[in-house]
Design a protein around this ligand. Structure first.
Ligand code: HPA
Length: 275
């Protein structure tokens, strides 16, 4: 698709949302699997299912609601994506990240991202949360639409993707609140399958702490728009390739139930500290 066509799509999606909700939010959030509790705490003024928005695909991934929740969190205007578009669903990078471009057009400067991920550290547990400090991109197709006039042309300093002060702030908050919070590197895979034992072992060796199938395309686009990014992984299974027994942690524990309150606390703390 040409760049100008894509920009029209972004504009039309933006105009559609603006007609339903006239705020200019500074904060945006992409809610992955298991982070539903945050959506419940947003004081919603408008909920807009993705299929109603021009040019957005209908999300098909299991467990994803597929709607924008527009309202306030910690008394600040926020637009939330409840459910996201994955590359494994067959969408291009442009299609799957159109909402991030749209958020930038709405005025969002601070993006929170959550995802479900496999833990590559055998001592981690289901329901643990990891702040992403860096990533390894194994999708090999995360280059977003680069030519837009709204997006800066200079090469990105990739070390800047994940906002360091936000990570420090989150670690301090977790210490004060008394919950475990890890910092680590996220490996993005195309999916939709989980990894083989050999792949988990490989990922751990190259320095990945968590592995999932999302986030990196969104981060690439958000960084192009110079957003401040805070991204968190909820560990939903723990890979221990050296142990011939179970490859996952407590199968019965719903990671979201354990992780969601921590996630909400971290996001609300970040918003309050900035407001
Ligand atoms: N691998 C990839 N994606 C995932 C995993 C995993 O182990 N767990 C949750 N999402």
């Amino acid at each position: 698709m040409s760049d100008s066509n894509f920009q029209c799509w972004v504009q039309e999606a933006h105009q559609f949302i603006a007609q339903r909700w006239d705020q200019r939010p500074r904060f945006g959030i992409i809610l992955g699997t298991g982070s539903g509790e945050i959506a419940d705490h947003i004081v919603a003024q408008e909920k807009i299912p993705y299929p109603e928005v021009p040019h957005l695909p209908a999300s098909t991934a299991i467990g994803h609601k597929g709607q924008f929740v527009c309202g306030t969190l910690a008394d600040q205007p926020i637009i939330a994506m409840q459910g996201r578009f994955h590359l494994y669903e067959g969408y291009s990078v442009d299609q799957s990240t159109l909402p991030v471009h749209m958020m930038a057009a709405m005025g969002v400067t601070d993006l929170f991202i959550s995802n479900a991920a496999g833990g590559c550290q055998p001592h981690w547990d289901v329901g643990d949360v990891m702040m992403i400090q860096s990533h390894v991109d194994f999708m090999y197709r995360s280059t977003p639409n680069m030519n837009s006039k709204t997006v800066h042309d200079r090469p990105l300093r990739r070390s800047d993707f994940y906002d360091r002060p936000r990570i420090e702030q989150a670690m301090a908050h977790a210490r004060r609140q008394g919950f475990q919070l890890y910092v680590g590197n996220y490996a993005s895979m195309l999916g939709p399958n989980y990894e083989t034992r050999a792949e988990y072992r490989f990922l751990r060796k190259i320095g990945a702490d968590a592995v999932g199938m999302s986030t990196v395309p969104e981060v690439a686009v958000a960084a192009k728009h110079e957003m401040r990014i805070m991204a968190m992984s909820i560990i939903t299974n723990v890979a221990n390739p050296d142990d011939l027994g179970e490859t996952s942690g407590h199968g019965v524990v719903d990671a979201g139930v354990v992780a969601a309150p921590k996630l909400r606390s971290l996001v609300e703390n970040a918003i309050k500290n900035d407001a």
